[in-house]
Structure formats: structure tokens, C-alpha cells
Ligand binder design. Structure first.
Ligand code: CP
Ligand code: NVA
Length: 331
């Protein structure tokens, strides 16, 4: 019997958001400008409801509060229909192949967001999807969170400061750290990672970023914090690493973000955390709830930044032109 050839992958002209690198640096900048406009509660132009009559599937194979709610509300605010699909309640939970799910969903919806474990799952979904695929977190990257974090930094420091900024990452070289590497390379800021030995970020992502911007990898959190404009951390055990949590704690304890570390940063420094946070572990209560913390602005920015992303991926005009608007931090 002749083997059946696998169907041709979906058209490559579809724009995906598998990692930040699926945007060009200028698209990323434009997207952040549009995000700022949306954060001011101004509608996208020229069409305030660019997703009218469209639907977006939201696949979750891991837990979520922010990603789920911000995507559901964001799609709704843009005039579209969000459809939440959990692993457990769909045929994916009973083993239906992703490549089949991708092609089935492509006949119903206009975009698919997925939160999953392996980056390869997002890549495969994108290969077989005829509509844009958005990475809502994998073990390797969390690009939607970076859009929100970068928007928060831009709101604080302005649009033209990127090349002067020093961002410090303290703790695990995890999916967030990898996405920070991509962001630093694309916007040209300095990234300092203070990570315990054995927990470095993805080597390919690190090497590529190092060839494009200043990246410092240190074992001393004080070196990373000194004069930094942003101090930034995340949980020490990510989703899927729950059983390692206790063992990891002993490696990460010296990397806790506390008042002393914040005092070593730039006088205007802000603190970011993608949340959920573990108070008393990666960050002290004092810093998390302190005057330099921007964690709830950052969380809200998930909504605005992802709406900008959806406009980019789904509106015919794309991000260029939709992003016009003055810089509110100037003048
Ligand atoms: N920061 C973040 O992605 O939060 P959720 O896990 O709640 O979606
Ligand atoms: N690094 C964390 C981020 C959660 C939003 C995780 O993957 O669990």
C-alpha cells in the first residue's frame, strides 16, 4: 500500500506570533505605540472594532488567570468572539492530533492562541493552521507577557529611551528570561541576567541576543541590579516544575529581589513581575507592594498590548498606520 503523503502545511503568508522574533523590530515599536493608545482607552483607528464578525480560539493546556481573561476581554472589546478551549474539555484531551485540530479550527476561527508546554507544539500548530497562531506561553517563551512588560517600560520611560536602558533579570533562566533576551536584541537595550549556575537561559536564544545587544550573565544579583532601570523576576519553579520547587529554592534564595537590591538600582528604577508572585520567595512583600512596583499596571497592559497584537495580526492594514499618535511622555 502506498503511504499517504502528509497534507501540505498551511500557507506561509499567514502571520504568526510564535516568539517575539515573528515581529520585525519596527513592527514591535509600532505595536507598543498602538498599545499605549489603547491603554488610554482610545479605540484603534480607522476601525474601532476590527474583529467584528471574527472569532479567536484560546487553547489552554496549562492554568491561567491573566492570559485567559485579557484575551477574552480583548477580543470582545475589539468586536470579536473569544472561544475558550481547555485541554480537558476538548478532543485534544483524548488524543486528537494537533495537526487535525489546527486544520479544523482554521475553518471556524480567525486566530488561535495556545498556552502549552513545548514550543514545538506552537510551531506545529502554526505549520498546519491557515490562521494566525499566538503563543500564550510555552516552557521556552512567553512573548505576550513581554509585550505588556515593554509597554509598561515605555509608559514609564518614553518611546525613545530603549538604547539607554538597563534591564535586570533576577532568578530563573526560564521562558520569561528567554523572551527578555529576544526583546533586548530587538529594541537594543542592555539586559543583565543574574541566574544561578545550572539555570541559564536557552543557549541559542542567549547566543543570538549576545550577537545583537549587550547581554551580561552574572551569578551576583548585585552586579545585575547596579544602576538598572528595571528589576524584574519570576517564580523559581514554573508550571510543570512543581516537584522541583523545594530543591530549586536552595539555589535561588540569594536571588530574591529585596529592598537592598532595589536601592542599588537607578533612582527611577521600577520593579516588574509577570505574576503570579510568591511573596517572600523571589520577591519581598516590601518590594512587591512598594512605590516602585508596577505589577498591576503591567498586568493590565496584557489587555492593551494583546489587543494591539490582534489588530496587527488580523486587520488588513497591519500595525503600520494603526499606531499613529503622539508620545504622551513627551511635553
Ligand atoms: N503572567 C501570566 O501569564 O499570568 P497567567 O498565568 O495568569 O496567565
Ligand atoms: N515562568 C512562569 C510564568 C507564569 C506566567 C511559568 O511558566 O509558570
Amino acid at each position: 500500500m502506498t503511504a499517504v503523503a502528509p497534507p501540505a502545511p498551511a500557507a506561509s503568508s499567514v502571520r504568526h506570533f510564535r516568539t517575539l522574533r515573528d515581529l520585525s523590530p519596527s513592527e514591535l515599536r509600532d505595536l507598543l505605540v498602538l498599545g499605549e493608545r489603547l491603554a488610554q482607552r482610545l479605540p484603534p483607528e480607522p476601525d474601532p472594532q476590527p474583529l467584528a464578525g471574527r472569532s479567536v480560539a484560546l487553547i489552554f493546556q496549562k492554568n491561567s488567570t491573566r492570559t485567559r481573561v485579557s484575551f477574552e476581554v480583548g477580543v470582545h472589546q475589539l468586536g470579536g468572539l473569544p472561544i475558550f478551549l481547555s485541554q480537558a474539555d476538548t478532543q485534544m484531551g483524548r488524543g486528537e492530533p494537533l495537526r487535525d485540530t489546527a486544520r479544523v479550527l482554521s475553518g471556524y476561527v480567525d486566530a488561535v492562541m495556545i498556552r502549552t508546554f513545548h514550543q514545538e507544539t506552537v510551531e506545529e500548530l502554526a505549520r498546519f493552521s491557515r490562521v494566525p497562531v499566538v503563543n500564550g506561553l510555552t516552557d521556552l517563551y512567553h512573548p505576550c507577557q513581554l509585550l505588556a512588560d515593554l509597554l509598561t517600560i515605555q509608559q514609564e520611560f518614553g518611546r525613545d529611551r530603549w538604547s539607554d536602558l538597563r534591564v535586570a533579570w533576577l532568578g530563573d533562566g526560564n521562558n520569561m528570561a528567554n523572551s527578555w533576551l529576544n526583546a533586548a536584541a530587538m529594541l537594543g537595550f542592555e539586559l543583565r541576567l543574574a541566574v544561578p549556575e545550572g539555570f541559564d537561559p536557552d543557549p541559542d536564544t542567549l547566543a543570538r541576543a549576545r550577537s545583537e545587544t549587550t547581554v551580561v550573565l552574572t551569578r551576583d544579583p548585585r552586579d545585575a541590579a547596579r544602576g538598572a532601570h528595571v528589576l524584574n523576576t519570576d517564580v523559581w519553579a514554573s508550571m510543570g516544575q512543581e516537584e522541583e520547587a523545594e530543591e530549586r529554592m536552595s539555589h535561588f534564595r540569594p536571588f530574591q529581589v529585596d529592598g537592598d537590591l532595589m536601592d542599588r538600582a537607578d533612582p527611577d528604577a521600577i520593579f516588574l513581575h509577570c505574576l503570579p508572585a510568591h511573596r517572600g520567595e523571589e520577591v519581598t512583600e516590601e518590594v512587591l507592594e512598594g512605590p516602585r512596583s508596577r505589577i498591576f499596571q503591567e498586568a493590565e497592559n496584557r489587555l492593551h498590548a494583546q489587543k494591539a497584537l490582534l489588530v496587527h495580526l488580523l486587520s488588513g492594514a497591519g500595525i503600520h498606520g494603526a499606531a499613529a499618535g503622539p508620545d504622551p511622555s513627551i511635553g
